[in-house]
Design a protein around this ligand. Structure first.
Ligand code: NAD
Length: 492
């Protein structure tokens, strides 16, 4: 495995350091404290952002509430125009965004650019949706013929948006774009490990004409207290959270107090099933991308690879060859396919899962040892013969570790796939479309990729069942998540 460790150039910030945008101004933390953002490939500081306090969080909420009525009253077409300009603004700064994403999160350059396009795509999609917003109502006679029923949509109101570190642009874009399209104002609390990309997004939104107070960002290393204070205020009408199931559960309990509208994009444990009749080249390509995208730090990452016995040996051989040849290093270097994990805790967690499986009798076909040296690297790893009591069978891996299992029958594959509290993504590889659709229908997950390892698309509803969450982002559902339905009974 090649391991490239050249130092990364510092990215251009494109926004004021140590300040956050609240109510149309860039302000420091009320405590004067800052958080230093670290590059996971070099372990060097990149920049500081404010360590926002409860006071700052509530200032963000005040600003969002003050701007809510005017933003809701802004014609949908004007909101759509702002979103369309934001799309273009992000695309114009593709390299600037990609450099920040690589620097603060660690993914390879080519993936960072793909994230920029994907994230920008939410602004384009929801600009198009906002233009059709007020054409979606109903007007008609009630069945008894006595009076009219009018149904329309209105914005749910000030929305608190909380994002994880793994897609620093796309996770915020997936929430801000539909919220703004629907007429909601927002307070974004990005992950403390990767707040810089959100700051550049705030700058682009300002340049696109978003009025003061419509998008407020609070960076903090005290998420629990800042978020609790905001959620305790009944003026917040929506929380949209992406992150771990554990934190999502705690936030759902807090949301209950004020009966707040909630969207929860939580953890995953995606099965990837390859049948004997799959096109093996296609299946190996799909499994590589579903496993290694973002270094495996993705909620839709292939956590469990199930191979039908007829192709198991050949698939494992080809797949392991590709995993061993993965070029690892600082994401700014050309041709790097696997960057560092986001921090040392992530390396420790992934390594612990691998060591536990090996101690219990699993076989390691490649990788499996944490490299020495600078940066939070972990190699592409393939495990087979994983015993029933290994933790990796049930936990979200969130790293470049492929866990391979075998099965004989279709029923067995479905049963194994569903044997998890999660239900986010799943993947099926088979050239028999009837079988692929049958299995996709039988898997209890919000999303299934058939013969492809990537499913995310701004035009499609992204989200999960069971412990993977509530609600959908993207598609038409993504806009509905920020709307209330209003019914008016009209006697003529
Ligand atoms: P996390 O739950 O630790 O943190 C997510 C966000 O919540 C961060 O902004 C964090 O600062 C904040 N947070 C943490 N504790 C909090 C608390 N007590 N109160 C309020 N906010 C709090 O998750 P993470 O480690 O950043 O991200 C990884 C997880 O996110 C994985 O489980 C992954 O599957 C999940 N994820 C899900 C999706 C999806 O769409 N379903 C997408 C990406 C990531």
């Amino acid at each position: 495995m090649a391991h490239i460790t050249a130092p990364a150039p510092l990215p251009v910030l494109g926004f004021p350091a140590k300040l956050m945008p609240i109510g149309g101004s860039w302000i420091p933390s009320s405590s004067g404290q800052t958080i230093t953002v670290i590059n996971p490939a070099t372990e060097q500081p990149i920049a500081d952002v404010p360590a926002g306090t409860v006071t700052d969080g509530l200032a963000g909420l005040d600003a969002a509430c003050a701007a809510q009525d005017a933003w809701a009253a802004t014609p949908a077409r004007d909101r759509a125009d702002i979103l369309a300009r934001t799309y273009q603004g992000i695309i114009d700064r593709r390299d600037e965004f990609a450099a920040l994403i690589v620097a603060e999160m660690g993914k390879p350059w080519i993936e960072a650019q793909a994230e920029v396009d994907y994230g920008a795509g939410f602004f384009r999609w929801f600009a198009e949706s906002a233009n059709r917003l007020h054409l979606d109502g109903q007007f008609g006679l009630e069945p008894g013929g006595n009076y009219r029923i009018a149904v329309s949509k209105r914005p749910v109101g000030p929305s608190l948006l909380i994002t994880p570190w793994n897609f620093p642009l796309a996770m915020g874009a997936r929430k801000i774009a539909p919220a703004l399209a629907a007429g909601c104002t927002t307070i974004l609390k990005p992950a403390e490990l990767t707040p810089l990309t959100s700051m550049l997004l705030a700058r682009v939104l300002e340049e696109a004409g978003v009025p003061a107070g419509v998008v407020n960002i609070v960076t903090t290393n005290n998420s629990r207290e800042v978020v609790a204070a905001i959620m305790n205020d009944s003026r917040v009408r929506k929380i949209s959270f992406t992150g771990s199931t554990q934190v999502g559960r705690a936030l759902l309990a807090q949301a209950a107090e004020n009966v707040m509208n909630t969207s929860m994009e939580l953890g995953g444990n995606a099965p990837l099933i390859v049948f004997d009749d799959a096109d093996l080249d296609q299946a190996v390509d799909g499994a590589i991308v579903a496993k290694l995208r973002n270094g495996g730090q993705s909620c839709v990452g292939a956590n469990r690879i199930y191979l039908q016995s007829g192709i198991a040996t050949e698939f494992t051989r080809r797949f392991t060859e590709r995993m061993s040849a993965t070029r690892t290093g600082n994401g700014v270097e050309p041709d790097v396919e696997l960057g560092p994990l986001v921090d040392d805790k992530q390396v420790t967690a992934v390594s612990a899962l691998v060591q536990d499986a090996l101690a219990k009798g699993a076989t390691c076909l490649t990788g499996g040892t944490t490299p020495e040296g600078t940066g939070y690297f972990y190699p592409a790893t393939v495990l087979t013969n994983i015993p029933a009591n290994a933790n990796i069978r049930t936990e979200e891996i969130f790293g470049p570790v492929a866990a391979i299992y075998t099965f004989d029958t279709e029923d067995q594959a479905i049963q194994e796939a569903n044997n998890t509290p999660y239900g986010l993504a799943s993947y099926v590889f088979s050239q028999d479309l009837g079988r692929a659709l049958r299995v996709a229908d039988a898997i209890d997950a919000g999303m299934t990729g058939i013969n492809r390892g990537v499913v995310s698309n701004p035009a499609a509803p992204f989200g999960g069942t069971k412990a993977s969450g509530l609600g959908r982002e993207g598609g038409t559902e993504g806009l509905e998540a920020y709307q209330e339905t209003k019914y008016t009974g009209i006697q003529l």
